[in-house]
Design a protein around this ligand. Sequence first.
Ligand SMILES: [Zn+2]
Length: 368
Amino acid sequence: MKSKSKIVLLICVSLVLIACFCFFSSKVSRPSETGNETTGTGVEGTENETAAVTLAETAPETEPETETEEATEETQAKTEPETEPETEPETVFIPIETQPLKPGEVQVTGITLTIYDLSLNVGETRMPIVTMTPNNATDKGEIWVSSDTNIATVDRYGNIYGVAAGECTVTVTSTSNSAVYAEVKVKVKAEVTELTYIDGILIANKTYALPKTYAPGWNTEGAAQLNVMFAAAQTEGIYLKMQSGYRSYTDQYIIYNDYVARDGQAAADRYSARPGHSEHQTGLAFDLTTTYYNGLWEGFADTPEGKWVAENCHKYGFIIRYPKEKEHITGYMYEPWHVRYIGVEKATAVYESGLCLEEYLNITSSYS
Ligand SMILES: [Zn+2]
């Protein structure tokens, strides 16, 4: 009786084990049978589906063994790609993602800038204007990067900001074509804090800048002498008027950047001073024209008014600051309308020397 019941018990246990084995193996084999689109029942089934789909994306060859291990592998695939060599090429870091062109889309093939050499002071911001070609390019997006953010930073719109004195390169790249880019050489200068007087004359040219905060307004003596000169001219039938005089650092900043946007930096530098470098910021420079004309033009030199100014302004303390054929020395185009007040004695000496102010004082005028 005892041996019979033992045999019965053994058979029962064996049956239970076989049943368990059958159930277990059918459950595990299900994902591979249905090609990863496994659907189960209940909460466990949903987890299993998620894990299986994720694995199909990252490691299609992996044979899932248990639910717990599937979940572990999923986590590893996301956090430790180096343990799954097959998925590595998909996770390689690409600095600039270039999207493939869709039918009808036009790729950017060139970039031009208004500024390639940028010289700015600490705390100053400037923005080169970007033109992407062809004009009908689909995506004209820009990516801006600075080679050294300790010297100059750049935002997503291309505003370059001087952080500290030094040199670096700012690069703009097309978002639709990473092979197309342009570089701006950036030189950040330490902020100017002092005025430069040479032979008692306050200097503002391309070499010598004025402090950003220097805002003296109109020079009283210079403005008074201008009125004396205008009155003297009138007695000779010459009618002069002033077109512009004192300009603040901020005024010049706006004017100069407008010119750069319109004509490009190289052209703008021939006729307009960079902020901090304008003589107009001294309050001692005046642009003259005739009473019958509004504006400044080179032809002023050939008018009776222009000729009178060139021959007589030194008697009132003024010099033609940017004479003809001295552009390589003054750094500016001929401006027969721009006079600078330096006092009668000095103006007369400069006039009689036939030299421009830089030659007379033996100084340079260059942004270098
Ligand atoms: Zn001027």
